[in-house]
Design a protein around this ligand. Structure first.
Ligand code: 5RP
Length: 241
């Protein structure tokens, strides 16, 4: 079974949690895009109405093209559920996100959601976060000074490694939907994600880190041998699946 098929399995299982009338957050990335495609098919089939808040301009364009009813977080500030992907996930449902550069809107939307469901293929499951370079969204002003402070405070939190400004294929800084830059922090294993996240929040130019801690309620992981569900909550998710 291909990675694409594993992602599809996870996305299809997440779709089973969606009921008509829900207010949904739509994630960003290739796995979330599969979920949005499946949701679009369900909406097109008729008799199923959801209102969705996308976490990026790319997802907004995709959902719009599929005829999914869209809203903004200002119009719809409380969401029943968000379905999103992740770059890494541990057994405690702690995540690294932002590989697609949408981490800030993803975190804002996740925080506005009663449930955050993460869909992923099994390559995203790790024992310890940090194999994937941690994306950190920063304001463009003073990015070198911000980077220096990130290096210093991350080091105090036990994290050392190359910190690179994300660039496009053309070599210009990658600009997020919010007009910011991304620092990709190749720390390797992050011994204490909570301490690192607290440290990063102390840096004035840091807008948000790609550490999603205590936000995810359910992980749906697709693998060739089937789908595994990791639940963090006292919610009755597994009964619904
Ligand atoms: C975007 C994200 C994505 O969820 C993450 O990068 C995973 O993407 P994919 O499903 O393509 O592996 O955080 O900012």
């Amino acid at each position: 079974m291909s990675t694409e098929d594993c992602k599809r399995q996870a996305a299809a299982q997440a779709l089973e949690l969606v009921t008509s009338g829900m207010r949904l957050g739509l994630g960003t990335g290739s796995t979330a895009a599969i979920f949005v495609d499946l949701l679009g098919e369900k909406v097109k089939a008729g008799g199923f109405d959801v209102v969705c808040v996308p976490t990026s301009e790319a997802t907004r364009r995709q959902a719009e093209a599929l005829g999914i009813r869209l809203s903004t977080l200002d119009e719809t500030p409380y969401l029943d559920m968000t379905v999103d992907g992740a770059d890494e996930m541990d057994e405690a449902l702690r995540l690294i996100k932002g590989g697609g550069g949408a981490l800030l809107r993803e975190k804002i939307v996740a925080a506005a959601s009663a449930r955050l469901v993460i869909i992923a293929d099994s390559s995203k499951l790790v024992d310890t976060l940090g194999r994937f370079p941690l994306p950190v969204e920063v304001v463009p002003f003073g990015v070198t000074a911000t980077r220096n402070l990130v290096i210093s405070l991350a080091s105090d939190a036990g994290c050392l490694g190359e910190i690179a400004l994300r660039v496009t294929k053309e070599g210009t800084p990658f600009v997020t939907d919010n007009g910011n830059f991304i620092l990709d922090c190749a720390f390797g294993e992050i011994p204490d994600p909570e301490t690192l996240d607290d440290a990063l929040k102390l840096v004035p130019g840091v807008v948000e880190s790609g550490l999603f801690l205590g936000l995810a309620d359910l992980g749906i992981v697709g693998a060739p041998e089937g789908v595994t569900v990791i639940s963090n909550a006292e919610l009755d998710f597994e009964e619904e699946l």
